[in-house]
Design a binder for this molecule. Structure first.
Ligand code: F0G
Length: 353
């Protein structure tokens, strides 16, 4: 018996890394592919959830960060910087701590979930709050990395996608082939691009017979890939994907075209309903952005789409505990019931008889 070694050691021969790259890992990846009887019943398909909230810092970002930090350290970096809606900064801070180098994060002020901010702070990141949105933060981070001795680890760094593609490898390893359809939320568009890279590479080495259709879902108020042009003031309750000008735009559009897929939008209401339904039906609690793919499937079901005879994988990207403020504030009808310390009172309050 041995434990999962993390995505670099598990897939080293399939990662394009500079020779001599050290391994900075928290044993990320190896996340569960959980069957979804509820979504299978609704869609008529065979639906699986790739539960990325089970990564060390609670999101899929760890897959890319182990690689980006390892390469940065191999190249002698002493500090790393990223722009983030929260998860990238939490992940980068953890891996920088592990590597013993300095993390600097730029986040949109007031627009990242408290859990993510706490992670960055606890791991020792210098947090700079920007009066602006994610797109502003990314522009500034790029320029900081050009002008100062600090390495940029946003997904414009190709090593991030190199690591994130391993999620597709794991799915193929488990299912024995690629699924027919892959559904996921899209913000900065790195993940959809990385999955596509992983699937295409799997087919090239003969591990799969097909590539899935890539169905990317954006929040309606932050849906540049749906509208076909950048959104100046993106707005959505799903703060992780509150992005108006995705960095991996061209890669993502290529993935959509080559796979015969699509980019579509779900409303905040649909996102929150999907988050709640997923937690209630399947026991999987994800953050709002992570529910966008599930929301998309539900929207399709309502419109009459079925997936009979098809295998569908839905990536749920981050853990629900990242953003409990949104969860608690939107589910107000479930109020606590306060009683005296007494069995009868508790039974009565609970509606038992
Ligand atoms: N889901 C979650 C939970 C995310 O944190 C992100 C992106 C996405 C989906 C979208 O993935 O950007 O590759 O299309 N979060 C980034 C961050 C932007 O800074 O944490 P994408």
């Amino acid at each position: 018996r041995h434990q999962w070694r993390g995505v670099i050691e598990e897939y080293r021969d399939r990662l394009d890394l500079p020779a001599g790259t050290p391994t900075i890992t928290l044993r990320e990846g190896g996340t569960p592919l959980v069957d979804s009887p509820w979504l299978s019943r609704l869609t008529g398909g065979d639906v699986w959830l790739k539960v990325e909230g089970d990564n060390p810092t609670g999101s899929f970002k760890d897959r890319g960060m182990t690689v980006a930090l390892s390469v940065a350290v191999g190249e002698g970096a002493e500090a790393v910087v990223c722009a983030s809606t929260g998860n990238t900064s939490a992940s980068m801070a953890a891996y920088a701590a592990r590597a013993g180098i300095k993390p600097l994060v730029l986040v949109p002020q007031g627009k990242i979930a408290a859990g993510k901010l706490a992670q960055a702070i606890v791991h020792g990141a210098q947090v700079v709050m920007v009066r602006g949105n994610f797109d502003d933060c990314l522009r500034i981070s790029r320029e900081l990395a050009e002008r100062y001795p600090v390495a940029l680890v946003n997904s414009v760094n190709p090593m991030r996608l190199e690591g994130q593609k391993t999620a597709a490898f794991e799915i193929v390893d488990f299912l024995g082939d690629a699924p027919d359809v892959h559904v996921l939320p899209v913000g900065n568009a790195g993940n959809v691009s990385a999955y596509w890279k992983g699937y295409v590479e799997s087919r090239h080495v003969g591990q799969t017979t097909r590539c899935p259709r890539m169905l990317g879902w954006q929040a309606a108020g932050a849906a540049p890939l749906v509208g076909g042009e950048p959104v100046r003031d993106p707005e959505t309750v799903a703060s992780a994907i509150r992005i108006g000008n995705p960095a991996s735009w061209h890669l993502a559009v290529a993935a959509q075209r080559e796979s015969g897929g699509s980019f579509r939008a779900v409303t905040d209401r649909e996102i929150l309903d999907a988050q709640r339904a997923l937690a209630a039906h399947e026991g999987v609690f994800v953050e709002p952005a992570s529910a966008a793919g599930v929301a998309g499937l539900l929207q399709e079901v309502a419109a009459g789409t079925t997936y009979a005879g098809q295998q569908v994988v839905v990536t749920v990207t981050g853990h629900g505990l990242k953003d409990i403020d949104t969860a608690l504030s939107t589910f107000t009808e479930l109020v606590d019931t306060v009683v005296d310390p007494d069995v009868e009172a508790a039974a009565e309050a609970a509606g038992l008889r």
